[in-house]
Write a protein of this length. Structure first.
Length: 230
């Protein structure tokens, strides 16, 4: 897949485009206007970010149907990654995870079948409850969170995500529907961004809890001192 990321030069404001194919790194470039060196660094979830970049590019070109497909893939990709991460990682270092472990996880994840079950299973792995329950509780306790997810008050967030993102994608992929509108694509991207941010907040919460638990264990049971020789 071609990844396209627009960037403005901080020195002169001229716009450029970084391009990359597949998982290749973006190469640095020099601003043709002022000569400044421009560098793009991938974030924590590069595949998701590149899919959303390309989605934004297609949206800008007016290809609403491709926008919906790429946006839904980005959401499903992050959900799968986080489910795998928090199923296999706790208590083990990456080198201890075998191919058999990954294959077993994949089969178990496939058995969940629906997006609803996959999203709720992933939510429970990270925050201990279903997605809607987490959103309601967090909105009650955190004003900043409540502001972001205010549009979902009185409704089921997971229903909104499934309807706006995944059902639209399925209509294209499974029924051959290729007449998505600008409103379809805009709503899909807006709901997808809310879901992607939500999943990353959950991931951060899980990491902070995991890190605190690990720190507590290390403090409670210190590592044995190394033998010294005189």
């Amino acid at each position: 897949m071609l990844s396209i990321h627009p960037i403005h030069c901080d020195a002169c404001g001229k716009e450029h485009q970084f391009t990359s194919t597949g998982s290749e790194q973006f190469e640095q470039m020099q601003c043709a206007h002022c000569g400044a060196v421009l560098v793009f660094v991938d974030g924590a979830f590069p595949v998701v970010e590149r899919l959303m970049m390309r989605s934004a590019f297609e949206f800008g070109k007016g290809d609403w149907t491709v926008t919906v497909i790429l946006t839904a893939i980005a959401c499903e990709s992050l959900m799968s990654f986080l489910n795998k991460k928090w199923t296999l990682s706790p208590g083990r270092i990456p080198g201890e995870i075998t191919v058999k472990d990954e294959e077993a996880w994949e089969e178990k994840f496939k058995d969940l079948v629906t997006i609803r079950r996959k999203l709720n299973a992933t939510s429970r792995l990270m925050v201990g409850c279903a997605l809607d329950e987490y959103v309601r509780g967090s909105a009650k306790d955190n004003p900043q969170f409540a502001k972001i997810y205010k549009p979902y008050e009185g409704h089921s967030p997971i229903d909104a995500f499934i309807s706006s993102v995944f059902h639209r994608r399925n209509k294209i992929v499974h029924s051959g529907f290729i007449d998505s509108t600008e409103q379809d694509a805009a709503d899909c991207r807006a709901k997808a961004m809310d879901l992607l941010v939500l999943l990353q907040i959950m991931d951060r919460n899980k990491y902070e809890g995991f890190n605190a638990s690990l720190t507590h264990k290390l403090t409670e049971k210190p590592l044995p001192a190394l033998n010294s020789t005189k």
